[in-house]
Ligand binder design. Structure first.
Ligand SMILES: C[S@@+](CC[C@H](N)C(=O)[O-])C[C@H]1O[C@@H](n2cnc3c(N)ncnc32)[C@H](O)[C@@H]1O
Length: 359
């Protein structure tokens, strides 16, 4: 029988019921609205079926879609079996029998009116706007009238109360995920760990628990740095895990670390900023060091997995990011100099991309 707070985190996780379904409900909360928007605002399947196989770039031109949200949309449609997506063959999408039979005009089994009956949901309009403009919507579909500065997720992190709330959320998410990440990389030697955007330090704590001689640093922006220090101290890890305050986009990362961890950080950012972060990591990492990117990763063929495709919709809605594919991250990491890239599953649809800096 499971009781809250039972035992050490590692054994607690080992004995806990699997919460993957609970992560999926939360992370996939906008996914149905994106499909509703695609059907009701763009009549996506009717127009694509009439066109035949088409590149994603041409589909964007045909439908008036911006590239990033279209990429997220077509991964979701592929994961649902509504389109075939051939990334290796030029990123061509083709409506499947399922999409053609049930979501196109003229079919006797056309469900578009059924989907249309929910088209007034506020999130449908928000997602249609993101699809057209690539402008992110307010975090949590914040109340009408909020200023862009107030509504933007990254901008709101400057507010102490919001930063504490988000840090608590990240910490709660990590209680189950962090020990599983540590177990998945237990063969990676850790001397000094830098956890970039490490929030409460829960992942760094788990990695250090598995490497008793190692030390670590959480690199965080203000005011999350304050919440991080408080939580690390309260857990009795302040002797081995400190917090350095900085901005990962305007400051160089500190040197003297042989393992860098980015956990669920890259999915918040667009490609230029992901490239910046991986280049910055490569420059600061000790020769022979290891980069760990722990996140929900889309498969290289961009056809799923479905829970990751669904989470990518939330990120597309309210950040400039998305769930990056293993192929995209490998290309970016190799482009800045990393080698030996591999991907391992961890828990709850997460995985870790491991890359090495040559010695
Ligand atoms: C989605 S959270 C991930 C937190 C944690 N790594 C995890 O896996 O739950 C992104 C983190 O990046 C931090 N962050 C955002 N912008 C930053 C910046 N410019 N410099 C440093 N940290 C930043 C945020 O404060 C936040 O803690």
């Amino acid at each position: 029988m499971w009781t809250h707070g039972e035992g050490h985190p590692v054994s607690a996780v080992a004995h806990a019921p699997d919460p993957t379904g609970l992560y999926r409900i939360r992370d996939g909360v906008y996914a149905a609205d994106l499909l509703l928007a695609a059907v009701t605002e763009f009549d996506l399947f009717t127009r694509l079926a009439a066109r035949g196989p088409v590149t994603v770039a041409d589909a964007c031109a045909l439908l008036g879609l911006a590239a990033r949200p279209a990429d997220v949309l077509f991964t979701l449609c592929a994961a649902h079996g509504l389109v075939d997506r051939d990334v290796a063959g030029g990123d061509v999408v083709t409506v499947t029998d399922l999409g053609r039979c049930h979501l196109t005009a003229g079919s006797p089994l056309d469900l578009r009116a059924y989907y249309g009956s929910l088209s007034e949901r506020p999130a449908v309009a928000e997602l249609a706007h993101v699809l057209r403009t690539d402008e992110q919507a307010a975090w949590g579909s914040a109340k009408p009238g909020a200023t862009a500065q107030d509504a933007d997720w990254s901008g709101r992190l400057g507010d102490v109360a919001f930063a504490e709330r988000i840090t608590s959320a990240m910490d709660a998410r990590g209680a189950y995920l962090a020990p599983r990440l540590a177990a998945a990389v237990d063969d990676v030697a850790v001397g000094a760990l830098l956890d970039v955007g490490g929030s409460s330090g829960i992942y760094a704590t788990a990695l250090l628990d598995a490497a008793p001689d190692a030390r670590g640093t959480v690199f965080e922006r203000a005011p999350v740095d304050v919440a991080a220090r408080t939580l690390i101290e309260s857990r009795g890890h302040a002797d081995r895990l400190d917090v350095v305050t900085g901005d990962m986009f305007t400051d160089p990362l500190p040197t003297g670390y042989d393992v860098h961890l980015f956990s669920q950080v890259l999915h918040d950012w667009d490609r230029p900023r992901v490239e910046h972060l991986l280049r910055s990591s490569f420059e600061a990492l000790a020769p022979g060091g290891t980069l760990l990117d722990h996140d929900t990763h889309v498969a290289a063929d961009k056809r799923g997995p479905l829970p990751v495709a669904e989470y990518s919709v939330l990120l597309m809605h309210s950040t400039p990011g998305k769930c990056w594919s293993v192929g995209e991250l490998t290309e970016i990491a190799e482009g800045v100099g990393f080698v030996g890239i591999e991907h391992r599953p961890t828990a709850a649809d997460r995985g870790v991309l491991i890359a090495r800096k040559p010695a």
